[in-house]
Write a protein that binds this ligand. Structure first.
Ligand code: SF4
Ligand code: SF4
Length: 413
């Protein structure tokens, strides 16, 4: 360890972390064998179970806290990965379930102080899912069902592809020649349509020319995150073809999962270098507000707390833009939960958990909702349709309101 110069790694998204280790040859997005010398560096210290030196050492791992056994925490998963890769263990239904009963939220990875594990453990959590698929033990049956639907109808919600644009109201003005597209994503297209409408209205209100892609389909995130990389690449190729056909140069998305997938996964995992600038809505609005005066003209009097979506925060390192935008809206008071930014507790919807492990998913959501209520905020706000949908499904008796950031921006512009 003495020769290593390691940057302050806490709080950075996985895409932003680099090591200054002279001999560091590891790369992200590789298959399991690439990391085979790294699993054994895990000292089984248990540091990945709780927030490291912050937030009262609160717990971070929904999988471990729900599953109760070491196998469900990162330390246990490392040992199982090592055993499998050295042929001491074979795939079984139980082993696959352990790896799928995890939202791939990366909260554990953020806490581990071993640099190689901190940087790369998320990669082998994903690589193990790919291995499970190759061995015929993954994905879980519920995930196979939605994947089959995605491959034909381009959405996981058992809806028809032809009804994808049903949310689009007639008052929304699109510009067919625009170089900017709004990539809506499946959840905002079919379930949280208020987000799609709010985003399109914001763009109209700010006079920004945009269009919605007629051939938009699922970005592939639910397929990729469950280890089905080849199928996810098929979906990605269809989307990239439609980007090229429509001549767009820039995409705005209101979905954390689409953002991660289009910006990070397509070029760096799938080798689809589309060359298109990808912006998440709050990031885009923050830039716009710098070049214009008084972007927010209406007050939104509300005390809120912000939930970091895993795919936007830990996966992409974006923590400030949504907070900066929210705090720029007149009347908004932002209070933080105990676990925030890179230490945020996952809402429990990602990584295929919501479809295959409903009890775990609900357990995670309820813990986050309780944490939000402890702040005395009136509303829990996120910047991901899937998080919003998860909160709506798990908030009981209207105990707290919940919004997507687009809905608050819409009220303010
Ligand atoms: S993954 Fe890191 S924090 Fe967790 S047990 Fe292993 S060494 Fe400790
Ligand atoms: S990725 Fe999240 S759910 Fe999975 S082991 Fe790590 S903290 Fe637990």
């Amino acid at each position: 360890m003495s020769k290593r110069r390691v940057r302050n790694i806490s709080g950075m998204g996985i895409s932003k972390i680099t090591l200054a280790h002279e001999n560091q040859k590891l790369q992200r997005h590789q298959d399991l064998s690439h990391y085979k010398e790294t699993f054994f560096q895990c000292g089984k210290c248990g540091t990945c179970r709780t927030v490291y030196k912050d937030a009262n050492w609160s717990r971070v791992c929904p999988s471990g806290e729900f599953g109760k056994f070491e196998a469900y925490y990162l330390g246990g998963k490392n040992l199982l990965t090592w055993a499998l890769s050295t042929d001491k263990l074979k795939w079984s239904e139980n082993l696959a379930k352990i790896f799928y009963q995890c939202s791939v939220c990366m909260a554990c990875v953020q806490q581990c102080q071993i640099p190689e594990i901190h940087t790369y453990a998320g990669e082998w959590l994903m690589a193990m899912r790919e291995e499970a698929v190759k061995a015929g033990y993954g994905p879980m049956p519920e995930q196979t069902k939605y994947t089959d639907h995605i491959m034909t109808e381009k959405n996981p919600y058992m809806e028809k592809n032809e009804s994808r644009l049903k949310w689009l109201p007639s008052h929304i003005k699109q510009s067919p020649e625009a170089k900017l597209a709004y990539f809506v994503g499946c959840t905002a297209s079919y379930r949280e349509q208020n987000i799609a409408i709010a985003t399109a209205e914001i763009l109209n209100s700010l006079g920004i020319e945009f269009k919605i892609l007629e051939k938009e389909g699922c970005c592939g995130s639910p397929v990729y995150m469950t280890g089905q990389t080849e199928k996810a690449i098929e979906l990605a190729e269809m989307n990239v073809e439609s980007f090229k056909e429509s001549g767009i140069e820039k995409i705005i998305t209101s979905c954390a999962g689409c953002y991660r997938t289009l910006k990070e996964t397509y070029p760096n995992k799938f080798n689809l270098d589309h060359g298109i600038e990808i912006r998440h809505l709050p990031e885009f609005i923050k830039r716009e507000s710098k070049s214009r005066e008084n972007i927010f003209t209406n007050e939104v009097n509300m005390k809120i707390t912000y939930h970091d979506p895993c795919h936007l925060g830990r996966h992409m390192g974006m923590y400030n833009a949504p907070r900066d935008v929210l705090q720029s809206i007149p009347g908004i008071e932002l209070v933080e939960m105990t676990r925030n930014r890179h230490n945020a507790w996952c809402c429990g919807s990602g990584g295929g958990v919501r479809s295959a492990f409903k009890d775990l998913s609900s357990f995670a959501a309820k813990e986050r909702i309780e944490e939000a209520m402890e702040t005395q905020a009136e509303a829990i706000v996120s910047s991901c349709p899937f998080c919003l949908n998860q909160f709506k499904s798990n908030i009981e008796n209207d105990a707290i309101q919940t919004y997507d950031i687009s809905e608050l921006i819409r009220k303010a512009v």
